[in-house]
Design a protein around this ligand. Structure first.
Ligand code: SF4
Ligand code: SF4
Length: 118
């Protein structure tokens, strides 16, 4: 059992979820996050924290489509445990349908921080 991050996180990336996860199992892409399904303890704490309602339990029929994507990118992207600054246009993209096909960026996140401190 796990929770997964779904389509509506893309380009919203509010990051309220990362601070509440007791096992720090969120990973950061350039414009979305994912949950590592092998690390998630299925506590459900993050689900109501997401302003975009983008976090689903894997019992949700919608979640099936996102499990492979979360599994793949959790292995590639860096771990995130501290809430950063959401995109300035996050609210405009909240609720837009089909964002994965249009906007998904497979690049890892955290690069702004690298630029600042690296
Ligand atoms: S709170 Fe929701 S929209 Fe924000 S990063 Fe987490 S999953 Fe994505
Ligand atoms: S369900 Fe719990 S363990 Fe899983 S990602 Fe959310 S907060 Fe973390």
């Amino acid at each position: 059992m796990t929770y997964v991050v779904a389509d509506n996180c893309i380009k919203c990336k509010y990051m309220d979820c990362v601070e509440v996860c007791p096992v720090d199992c969120f990973y950061e892409g350039e414009n979305t996050l994912v949950i590592h399904p092998d690390e998630c303890i299925d506590c459900g704490v993050c689900e109501p924290e997401c302003p975009a309602e983008a976090i689903l339990p894997d019992t949700d029929p919608e979640a099936e489509n996102w499990l492979a994507m979360n599994t793949k990118y959790a292995e590639i992207w860096p771990n995130i445990t501290v809430q950063g600054t959401p995109p300035s246009d996050a609210d405009e993209f909240n609720g837009v349908k089909g964002k994965y096909a249009k906007f998904f960026n497979p690049a890892p996140g955290g690069q702004e921080l690298d630029k600042k401190f690296g």
